[in-house]
Design a protein around this ligand. Sequence first.
Ligand code: P6P
Length: 335
Amino acid sequence: MSKPTLSRFLIDQQRMPDSTCPAELRLLIETIARACKVINHAISKGALGDVLGSLDSENVQGEVQKKLDVIANDLLLDANEWGGHLAGMASEEMEAIHPIPNRYPKGEYLLLFDPIDGSSNVDVDLSVGTIFSILRAPEHTSGRDVEEGDFLQPGHCQVAAGYAIYGPQTLMVLTVGTGVYEFTLDAEIGSWRMTDGPLKIPTGRREFAINMARRRQWSPAISQYVEERILGAEGPLGVDYNMRWTASMVADVHRILKRGGVFLYPEDHRNGKAKLRLLYEANPMSMLIEQAGGAATDGANRILDAEPVGLHQRIGVVLGDPQEVAIVSGQLADA
Ligand code: P6P
């Protein structure tokens, strides 16, 4: 079938022997996908829809909340809390976890999300996205409300991960552990249609993504890695590299999934502080990258093996072309 719908893809996944996508997970992902269509509609209104600009509030990260951060967060909570698939939710925009209200049935999954990643780009019409991660609620949570500790599972426990990207096209990129697939929203009929997959990260594409303004925070190894690529053909590598930085992780990761390269947001070498959040940014993106044949580390260790200690903890991120990630990790190890 040419360009199957998301629902058809998920039903096919559900019917596979030893399926990693049981009906409850399929229904949950379809609910998330529907919510992303509504978020897309809100974003596309722009200044016509009173969705741009900031609120007077800050989120748990101490970041000024954009109107769309809260709109998208509430859309995802409202869409997902009554369906019976979840035991709880957690979001970049909420300090505490969101247990499923007792008036609704509880399910076996936990949903974590960054409702609008890169939201500062919305006001200048650059691509932003919704990132989501799905875990199983631990067995012992049946019969009680979930707690923060139930969400603190290493990334290799994820049963699904994905993102929606609101850009020139509206896409959903998803894995249920059987490869990475891309769906494009056909806005005329409101259907997600498969347009690529299984995605495999092209290797050897000489393109790196990093915020150069953070150079004073880099370790000597990261500085050496970047400097060699800036020297290009006139330096030790003898070949030119290109650089991209969109300040929207979803857009940078999508570019890497489609045309290769490496993304770096290392921790601050001086104090160990990092920017990107482990549970709802680094982990879902790392699952997608690994499922597409790439690698994702904190500069040294596999991100999906990191043992979380806090809902909003941060981690350094180096992900993409496994050859480039290995070079960075090797240079850091040799440092
Ligand atoms: P900087 C967006 O705020 C985000 O969390 C990621 O989407 C993005 O990769 C990064 O931060 C951009 O950070 O320091 O370049 O603004």
